[in-house]
Design a protein around this ligand. Structure first.
Ligand code: ATP
Ligand code: MG
Length: 397
């Protein structure tokens, strides 16, 4: 058993000591079977949330009525979820209620994909009722049970299927694919935020190519914000190695660039995905510089982070990889700029007013812009005296 599981093992023992069942479940079990880095450790038990709260001194109620409690333990936090069966689903997105049960098998049965529906006990033994391990070995994404039924319950699962294809480089079972073709319209019932979270993970997966291709073949892309009518763009975007990027802003900048979204439409497109305002602003800025010819002025105007982001995306467009050495050189050129912002100029607007003994007016900002440009291209030293002389000379000519 891996260290992360060993660290969480006392929680399972504690639950069992009180007479409950307790297992590791979900993504962590899948990842350990695949020798992938394990992320969050999730625990399932038949103890009701109130019982869990009684057993552990430090808990956070994150969704008690759905059976989820966070237990804080030795500096880590674990999601502990009560075995549950979901009652009828409303609107293809949420169950009308849950009821707590005592059967691990029933709990695993409500999970989305076979690879996500395995459990591991305190001895490290795998519990695999739905062929999850076989699907890991054959690299197959399929739902637990009938895909059409499972998508009717919660339509997000269609997008999750493609997200895991992309992240794990698995293929989609033909049966599940067919059900996506037939039920994709149900995604209209899902909140944009949930779709965005899954889609960002899809874009960052190593097999984004195959996943986007399936999105096109099944027509699922038409149910995603702003993508209706963007089939050609998506087919171009398919081959872009988004996973080599580092931030959300870079990811979305590259995506709108590959989709060839017109700059006038870009903000509306990003807003349709309900991204945070900061991500939208930065992505728009980066996108505007991707194919920039970089001189000192452009570097200065872009600023360091936007410059680096835009250059990274440009490199990926050209060579499918990021030349770290060249990127470091770009950063150095930026560092060498004589000024990084107007604040760095040796004179202020006030200085100019005093120097020229003129009343304030539009001329101040015009002069500052001229000085800024002269300093940037190395024509003028960023020193008060030099600037004063330069201004005098300019006025004489
Ligand atoms: P990741 O490593 O990306 O977090 P994960 O498998 O842990 O992957 P989560 O979204 O954190 O994915 O979900 C945790 C588990 O909950 C899943 O492994 C799956 O068993 C179950 N699950 C999540 N979303 C759904 C859903 N929409 N329908 C059914 N089961 C789901
Ligand atoms: Mg998880």
């Amino acid at each position: 058993m891996e260290d992360l599981f060993l660290k969480a093992l006392p929680l399972l023992h504690e639950l069992k000591k009180h007479g409950w069942q307790a297992y590791f479940v979900g993504g962590a079990v899948r990842d350990t079977q695949m020798n992938r880095t394990v992320g969050d450790i999730d625990i399932a038990t038949d103890a009701a949330p109130e019982e869990i709260e009684k057993i552990f001194p430090k808990t956070i109620d994150v969704g008690k009525k759905h059976g989820t409690i966070i237990v804080l333990w030795e500096g880590e936090s674990y999601e502990v979820t009560t075995f549950r069966a979901e009652l009828d689903y409303e609107d293809h997105r949420r169950p009308s209620g849950v009821h707590f049960i005592h059967s691990l098998k029933e709990d695993l049965k409500r999970r989305d994909l076979t690879i996500n529906a395995m459990a591991m006990d305190t001895e490290g033994r795998l519990i695999d009722y739905f062929g999850g391990l076989h699907d890991i070995q054959t690299k197959l994404i399929q739902t637990v049970g009938n895909p059409a039924e499972r998508f009717h319950e919660d339509a997000l699962r269609m997008l999750r299927a493609l997200r895991f294809m992309s992240q794990l480089d698995f293929t989609l079972s033909p049966h599940t694919k067919q059900a996506i073709c037939e039920n994709r319209y149900l995604l209209a019932h899902i909140s944009t935020e949930r779709k965005t979270t899954e889609f960002e993970k899809l874009l960052q997966g190593k097999a984004v190519n195959a996943a986007l291709l399936i999105a096109v073949e099944t027509g699922l892309y038409k149910e995603l914000p702003g993508l209706e009518g963007k089939k050609e763009g998506l087919l171009t975007a398919c081959c872009f190695p988004f996973h080599q990027l580092e931030t959300k802003a870079q990811l979305w900048a590259a995506f709108i660039d590959k989709l060839a979204i017109h700059p006038d439409q870009a903000q509306k497109f990003l807003k349709a995905w309900k991204l945070p305002g900061k991500v939208i602003q930065e992505a728009l800025k980066i996108a505007g510089y991707i194919d920039q010819h970089w001189d000192r002025l452009a570097m200065y105007q872009a600023g360091e982070e936007t410059l680096i982001s835009a250059v990274m995306i440009h490199m990926l467009k050209e060579h499918q990889s990021i030349d770290r050495h060249q990127l470091a050189e770009v950063r150095q050129s930026y560092q060498k700029l004589p000024i990084k912002s107007l604040k760095d100029l040796a004179v202020t607007g006030n200085d100019l007013i005093l120097m020229k003994n003129n009343p304030p007016g539009k001329w101040v900002s015009e002069d500052l812009t001229q000085i800024e440009q002269a300093v940037l291209c190395g024509e003028l030293d960023n020193q008060k005296k030099a600037i004063e002389e330069w201004l005098d000379k300019c006025n004489q000519t």
